[in-house]
Ligand binder design. Sequence first.
Ligand code: PEP
Ligand code: MN
Length: 344
Amino acid sequence: MMIVMEESATETEVEAVVAKIERAGAKAHRSKGARVTVIGAIGDVEQDASLSSLGLEAQPGVDRIVPILKPYKLASLQIRHGEHSVLEIAGRKIGGDHFSLIAGPCTVESRDQMLDAARAVADGGASMLRGGAYKPRTSPYSFQGLGADGLKLLAEAREQTGLPIVTELMDVSDLDAVLEVADVIQIGARNMQNYPLLTEIGRSGRPALLKRGLSATLDELLMAAEYILKEGNPNVILCERGIRTFETAYRFTLDLMAIPVLKQMTHLPVIVDPSHAAGRRDLVEPLSLAAAAIGADGVIVEVHPNPDEAVCDGPQQLRADDFQDYSRTVLQASALAGKALSAV
Ligand code: PEP
Ligand code: MN
């Protein structure tokens, strides 16, 4: 349930409500909107029953109690009173009227490749730098990523460009190493429902970029986000990256409808990955334009200094030399949706 405080509620009154919820064994998640504080009281079914008998509506400072009807609670738009969240990560804002341009290679391959890509995307105005050190590959015989050595190169790229790093975590046992480097931890489409991984990222408190599973519904995506939020980590970015349909002419089907519909369901920022959706370079710019114009809060796009030599996803990676033009065009489309580049 959701406890909506009066506009005039004092900090002591808010704390008293929080304490009462916690004594009943549930978790209290505070969220301060433009006008009022809302407290989400989230528990299991039994705790919900005992919360209902606490008489919270009579508590000083409480305006009203509202049930949250959706299965996802902390991810719902309702818990924020219809206000979309604007996250702040390493000084960059994500959501609201900010457009995030996250760019970089599919995977870290070598020092030269990573640093060249990093410089190109930084010069093109990127908000953050992507690059995988741990790669989820369909075949166990494909390149699996440089692991810890890749993380070191990402750290160097951050140092040289000042760009925050987005990198994927696949296994909880690598969490500490990834935390050393990642400003945002990416959870790949194949791990969207890896619940222990989501829980640990939630506990770490580090911002998370959660990709939609290949066949996941929007409800399932939001339930996955709920695992992270439930641990007290409010910094979750959702990512539409194409879903599997009967169409075989391209790699996945980019579900552009997911963006406006997610905006009605959740307060969390929503970005789009046109690279993995398309699997082809020629589609990346048109899909990015469509995503930006329809109101996405950003894109995450693959860029490589020499895609023809890339060890993975070469056909879909933009050429680093083309990034500046790409960036300019996509930012024009984001302006149609009232957004401007997120930068420090
Ligand atoms: C990636 O972004 O590197 C990636 C593997 O994407 P996805 O999990 O969406 O396939
Ligand atoms: Mn890739």
